[in-house]
Every structure is written in structure tokens, then in C-alpha cells.
Ligand binder design. Sequence first.
Ligand SMILES: Cc1ncc(COP(=O)(O)O)c(C=O)c1O
Length: 406
Amino acid sequence: MSEPSPPVRRRRAPFDELAPPAGPSTTLMHGAKRPERNAGAVVPPIYQTSTFHYPAEFSDAAADGAVPLYTRTENPTQEVPAELVRRLEGGEAARVFGSGMGAITTTLLALLSPGAEVVAPEELYGGTLDLFRGLLSRFGVRVRWVPHATPDAVAEAVTPSTRLLYLESPTNPTLRVHDLARWSRAARSAGAWLMVDNTFATPINQQPLSQGADLVVHSATKYLGGHADLLAGVVVGSEELLARVDAAHTVVGSVLDPHAAFLLARGLRTLALRVDRHNQNAARVVAALADHPKVLRVDYPGRSSPEEEAVAARQMRGRGGMVSLVVRGGLPGARRLLRGLTLFHVASSLGGVESLASLPAETSHRTLTPDERAARGIEDGLVRLSLGVEDADDLVRDLTRALDGL
Ligand SMILES: Cc1ncc(COP(=O)(O)O)c(C=O)c1O
């Protein structure tokens, strides 16, 4: 006889309340405490277990939420980072996943059915593009693409079948900024949900729910974890939407292992400190290199036009730690720049304490054709920088030396 599937998540033990208003650093330090449940431990422990003992009278335990049942459905260690991100984003509920793509895929499978339409800008992370263009289209979900979306283009793309508007802001890798409040108005008027990938901004710099989004997703692999040592995803939204996501989560199985959940919670404690430094370092690099003769273009949130600068100033507290440089000499020039850097790891991904440099044409957006990349401003000579928390002077010196050598 096969085992019954675990029931969908039950009522959980509450975390201690935190007197409002608490700033982000205070929230990260005190926002997920319930020491009486953890033998008084100041640092929540790792429940490294796949399953849990439950009383013979299972229904009683289930009714009061006293015991989790199975780690694919829930585990107390996963609840700690979920609660911290929930509080930072200002949502009712949050769940963690085994990766950012796991979070995105599970949520879309939970909310969309054949015949549904999604409206999205063309500038998205390559994996998300692959999901929209491949898997989802095989299940009868159609995506209406809007070229770098002006609000009018969004409103025109919406049809009675639109269920979801999906975007990233700032975008990967050209760091364009979308007006979240306007997208949210378009979603409202269509009776659709707005889902925002907030990976690049982090909740320290931008809180999409406060701008009218219904769901926020993160690749927690990046800034939230912050140390390039784990894969994770987080989704934040209303209790009602997250209950739908739970039903898919438990069968899709993109689960955050308890040890990785512990590392994520540990990384989150310093998120506000780290993001301040990332913001400062990126701003310093832009100021120092914008006029370098080997740099043809600098991508940075708000730089592409006065309109985007106004939007960024309104909806972002800081501009984040990402900068893209289009350098002279196309792909060979970009490769030479990478070879000349000594303080940057040449690696894909972003958001860790160490600086990284990569070529999106060969990494995050390699599955696009050259024409598709060109249409999105992803030139072969575009080098994406994830500025870490090193000293800004050293990063600027390293970049300047490598650019001078081109
Ligand atoms: C903006 C963005 N969203 C989602 C993802 C996917 O996250 P993960 O690699 O954790 O699955 C990435 C990965 O690079 C990303 O850059």
C-alpha cells in the first residue's frame, strides 16, 4: 500500500511579536524568535530531519499544529528565513523553496491553468524566459511580451484571459527600472495578479508589495543568502495566495534542505549591513568609470532616462550592487577585461560578499539568439558586475587597471 500524501501545511507555532516600528536591521535580528520552542537557543537550531514523530492520535496533533509531519511539506528550520523575509517585504505569508527557479515554477504552476495568459516584459532572467517560452507554453499558458514596457504597452497587452503580470525590476542584466505602481494599476484593472522578482533590489532597497504587487519572489541564492554558498528561493504574498502555492509546493517538491535554510537565516542577519555596502560600492564604480574611454555604456538603475531616474528615485531606497559595462571591442574586449581583473571572480550568479564579473551572453542569457540578446540591449561586450563588500577604492583600482589594458 502506498503512503498517504502529507496534508497541506497546518497552523504553525507563532514567532514572538516585534513592537512596531522596527527597522530592517532590528527585524533581521529579532524577527523570527521563539526560543521556548528551541530549548532556549538564541540561534534557532537546524532540524535536520526528513520526518517527525507524531502522537498516535494524529488528528489531535494536526488540529493544534503541534507537530510538523514531513520536511517536504514543512520544517521549523525553513520557517525562520521565511518569517524574516515576510517581515522585510511586509507580506502576510512567505515560503522558502529549494531555488529561485523552484519558487517561480511552483508559484506559476499553482496559479495558472491552460488558456491563461501572462503579460511580461522581454527583459527577464534567462531561466525565467526559458520557463515562459518552454515549459509553460507546453501546458497551454500563453505569454504576451511587451518590449521595454511603457505603461501603455502593458495596458494594451492585457486581455480578458490575462491572469498574471510578471516582471523584474531592476532587470537582469541591463538594470532597467519598471514603474511598479503603474504595473500594479494595469494588473488591478485586468483583475490579474502582479508578481515581481525582487532579487536584484532586495527588500532593503525596494518593497514591491507596498507598490501594489500581489506576490514577490526572490532567488535567495543571491543577496538574501549573501555568501554564494547555497541555493534557495522565497515567495511572499497574501495568506490566500500562499495557501494555493502550498498545494503545488508539496507535490512539486522544490524543498529547501534544513541545513541550507539555517545558512539562509544566518546570511539574512547581515542583509541590511551588506546591502548598504553593495549600494555604496556600485555607486562608486559608476561614478569612477562612466567616463572611461574604453566604456561605451554603463547600465545602472535610473541611468537610462530621466523618466527611469524619477521612477527609481520614487520606488527604491538604494540602487543595489549591480552594474553592467559595455566595453569597446565586443566579446574579445569583454573577455580581455575579465582576464585583467584580479579582485573579481569570473563567475555567474550575484549578490554575494565577493565581487563577481560575468558575460551574460555566455552565462545567464546564453540560450537566447544573438538577435534576441541585441533586442534586449545585451551586447556581446556587456560585462555584468556584482559588486561585493570589498573596499570601494580597491574595486575601482582593479577595474580601472583592467580597462586601461584593453
Ligand atoms: C533575477 C533572477 N531571478 C531568478 C533567478 C533564479 O534563481 P536560482 O538560481 O536561485 O534558481 C536568478 C538566477 O540567476 C535571477 O538572476
